[in-house]
Design a protein around this ligand. Structure first.
Ligand code: ADE
Length: 225
């Protein structure tokens, strides 16, 4: 998979890709991540990427031209399956969307800033608009990092134990069950006996029941989907 990220603040975005699972995935060549500074696609001396809103109103708007130049350059080099715009009025990210995106070959992620981008960018280039939640960030960069993390860990081979993404919360519209490690007893707080039974079908059944109960209590909305 190849991810091209268009931003006015590459320095805000880079560090999550230089640590953690994402770094490992890049080093293992399971994913390529490229950063494009929108200012490199401007034509004036001030490297202007934004301007005042037509019709008046507070806040600057990101201009079409630098974004067009950048996206068109990338599109001339390869086919993109999706061109994603990070925005608080997009579809809220969930595991299903992350799963879908993880199957793509090449994607572009455009990070918004200021009030956002000129609507014509959204009308003519963007194929998906994604929000990471109902709150407003200063820009799309942190949202893009969240989206990339959620997607990259799903690429086959990225996680050491291939089954571990399959048992994540949300994969069956269920939250994950409780988990325990050593010691077996701490301060008199005991690990459930069943986990030492050696009866794996029974343990699996217990985990499913726990996952269901937890989901029913915390996120009943997931059970309706
Ligand atoms: N940009 C600003 N707020 C955002 C959000 N909630 N999700 C994605 N991108 C954003």
């Amino acid at each position: 998979m190849r991810i091209d990220i268009i931003t006015v603040l590459p320095e805000l975005l880079k560090s999550p890709f230089e640590a953690s699972i994402m770094k490992r995935a890049i080093e293992a060549e399971l994913v390529e991540v490229h950063f494009h500074n929108l200012r490199d696609y401007t034509t004036d001396n001030y490297k202007t990427v934004d301007d005042y809103q037509f019709g008046g109103g507070a806040g600057m708007v990101m201009m079409v031209e630098p974004i067009d130049k950048c996206i068109s350059q990338l599109k001339s080099e390869r086919h993109y399956d999706d061109i994603i715009y990070m925005t608080p009025d997009g579809t809220t990210l969930n595991q299903k969307i992350a799963n879908q995106i993880s199957l793509q070959e090449n994607i572009i992620i455009l990070c918004g800033h200021y009030k956002g981008v000129d609507q014509r960018v959204r009308d003519h280039f963007i194929t998906k608009e994604i929000s990471i939640g109902d709150y407003v960030l200063s820009g799309g960069e942190l949202g893009a990092a969240v989206l990339c993390d959620a997607v990259i860990r799903l690429i086959p081979g990225v996680l050491g134990n291939e089954t571990s993404a399959l048992t994540d919360s949300f994969q069956d519209n269920l939250l994950a069950p409780p988990i325990y490690t050593r010691p077996r007893s701490y301060n008199g707080w005991d690990v459930p006996e069943i986990l030492f039974s050696g009866n794996f079908p029974k343990i699996e059944k217990w985990r499913e029941d726990q996952a269901y109960e937890r989901t029913k209590q915390r996120r009943p909305d997931l059970l309706d989907e």
